[in-house]
Design a protein around this ligand. Structure first.
Ligand code: ATP
Length: 363
């Protein structure tokens, strides 16, 4: 049972810089958990504390039921894959993968067996005698993963392993790592700043901001029920549109200058009943703004398109509401013109509301 538990884990660097504050989460055995958040939020530091590469300032970390706070990395039964691959340039692929096992004095036969098996899993059978410089970026990445696989660790840790690859290869390696996770049935913890990577790979996702774990949940729950405005804006691409609004006594919602203004349905009135007289932030996902009026309850708006981006299978329309940039993600249409007036329909059932002061999601 290679589960990983973090209990009130914190990290304070010299000078009092608190970069991880009371992190609490549990990674189940065989689970793929992604730590995601903007640059500098403390993801890598959290991963390095699990690996034992960074001392813990407070709290407890358990791997497989064992408290590891004072255990050196080599005794934690984990393997880490780094962003820069960290391959030895003078060694062949085989030697790179075998290196850790040799250090641990594994039997030669066993080493061969494990390296060949990892080579097969990763499609590197024909490259075992090559040096890293004669490999593509994707192949080097696979060797780095292979080096982790041969150790058969309890837990795999990945620190932004795909960020040096081009966009196409990144998508390919993403699916390869997901497949590998299923094939090996291993516990994996994966750090990225890329929300698409997090959403597509994670069984569950830990969303961090400024050293604080904001939400731990499945991709769909993060998308549908974000705990606060930060998570709502971070998960989803293009990002959710936000605008501050008020609700009056007649249950009419309007933005400051009234450019956006509509009567709330009974469901939303009920949802916002404890927030009368409070400022609210309205959130609308780009994909919930459409060109077609083909849903039951819609809010109709007329906008001027600033930019139109045809993506082939969909089109992004950029427009302003009270000087705030909005994006709509709509079906392709030949009739869209920059500067032209466009009627758009917002799905009434898909509105998100946040308390402006706390940023909390209003369920
Ligand atoms: P990125 O996506 O940019 O790698 P991250 O979320 O992984 O960011 P960390 O690398 O964990 O963030 O860094 C968190 C914060 O801790 C940053 O503000 C960073 O400057 C600071 N930090 C990291 N290492 C040290 C260190 N050794 N001493 C002092 N501060 C550090």
């Amino acid at each position: 049972m290679a589960e990983v538990i973090l209990k009130n884990v914190s990290k304070v660097f010299e000078g009092g810089n608190k970069v991880v504050i009371d992190a609490n989460f549990k990674v189940e055995d065989k689970e793929f958990v992604v730590l995601v958040g903007p640059s500098g939020c403390g993801k890598t530091t959290t991963l390095r504390m699990i690996a034992g590469l960074e001392e813990i300032s407070g709290g407890e970390i358990y791997i497989d039921g064992k408290l590891v706070n004072n255990l050196p990395p080599k005794d934690r039964d984990i393997a880490m894959v780094f962003q820069n691959y960290a391959l030895y340039p003078h060694m062949t692929v085989f030697e790179n993968m075998a290196f850790g096992l040799k250090l641990k004095k594994y039997d030669k036969k066993e080493i061969e067996l494990r390296v060949n098996e990892a080579g097969k899993i990763l499609g590197l059978e024909n490259y075992l005698n090559r040096k890293p410089k004669a490999l593509s970026g994707g192949q080097r990445q696979r060797v780095a993963v292979g080096r982790a696989i041969v150790r058969k660790p309890k837990v795999f840790l990945f620190d932004e392993p795909l960020s040096n690859l081009d966009a196409k290869l990144r998508v390919q390696m993403r699916t390869e790592i997901s497949k590998l996770h299923k094939q090996l049935g291993a516990t994996m913890i994966y750090v990225t700043h890329d929300q698409t990577e997090a959403m597509t790979m994670g069984d569950r996702i830990v969303v961090m901001k400024d050293g604080i774990v904001n939400q731990v949940d499945t991709p769909m729950n993060l998308y549908n029920k974000p705990i606060n405005q930060f998570v709502a804006g971070f998960i989803g691409s293009p990002a959710m549109n936000f605008i501050d609004v008020n609700v009056n006594k007649e249950n009419k919602l309007s933005s400051k200058k009234g450019e956006l203004n509509f009567s709330l349905s009974a469901e939303h009135i009920n949802r916002l009943k404890d927030h009368s007289n409070k400022e609210i932030t309205l959130g609308i996902r780009p994909e919930d703004i459409r060109l077609e009026k083909n849903i039951n309850k819609v809010i109709e708006i007329e906008v001027l398109a600033d930019v139109i981006e045809p993506m082939g299978n969909e089109t992004f329309i950029y427009f302003e509401v009270e000087k705030i940039q909005f994006i709509a993600r709509v079906n392709p249409s030949k009739e869209l013109k920059i500067g032209g007036k466009i009627k758009l329909y917002i799905d009434e059932a898909k509105l998100y509301f946040f308390d402006k002061e706390s940023g909390n999601y209003i369920i």
